[in-house]
Design a protein around this ligand. Structure first.
Ligand SMILES: [Zn+2]
Length: 153
């Protein structure tokens, strides 16, 4: 019918933004870190690091103040919430049972950062109604692909 297949449409992320996510989650280690991805369709145009309101090594919840700040910024730019990222400080790089149960945004891609044999990796998933499908990551190597982040918390 011409609409995107939410399960196979790749997540389009610049290398700069991938590094931004990885540096945020490594900074927060050993706690789980989380953040939001804004853009258009599956193309990420900005990374928004947010506070983990639970400050936990095994759980995350995007801080409600940060959520509001990001949503307002997305609206001002005419962008959508493309994805939600968080880390698994001790792996594995796949959604946990809690992540699956609490995936309230079926239109968003869930990105998980985790160390795999000592090297941090990103993987992306579409989660809906308890069903998980991996979303391919398409890294674009652009010098300046995204707007500057609206400020780290
Ligand atoms: Zn998780």
């Amino acid at each position: 019918m011409g609409h995107l297949d939410p399960e196979t449409e790749p997540l389009d992320l610049s290398v700069v933004d991938a590094r931004r996510i990885l540096s945020h989650v490594q900074r927060e280690w050993p706690l789980e870190a989380c953040g939001l991805l804004g853009g258009i369709g599956r193309r990420v145009l900005a990374v928004y690091p947010t506070r983990n309101a639970l400050a936990s090594p095994v759980r995350y919840r995007v801080h409600p103040e940060d959520l509001v700040r990001v949503i307002l910024d997305l609206e001002a730019r005419g962008w959508a919430l493309v994805g939600i990222y968080h880390s698994h400080p001790h792996g594995p790089p796949v959604p946990s049972a809690t992540d699956i149960a609490e995936a309230y945004y079926p239109d968003a891609v869930y990105v998980i950062a985790a160390p795999v044999r000592g090297e941090w990796r990103l993987r992306a998933f579409h989660i809906q109604d308890g069903r998980v499908r991996e979303v391919p990551l398409r890294l674009r190597d652009e010098a300046d692909a995204s707007a500057p982040p609206p400020g780290d918390p």
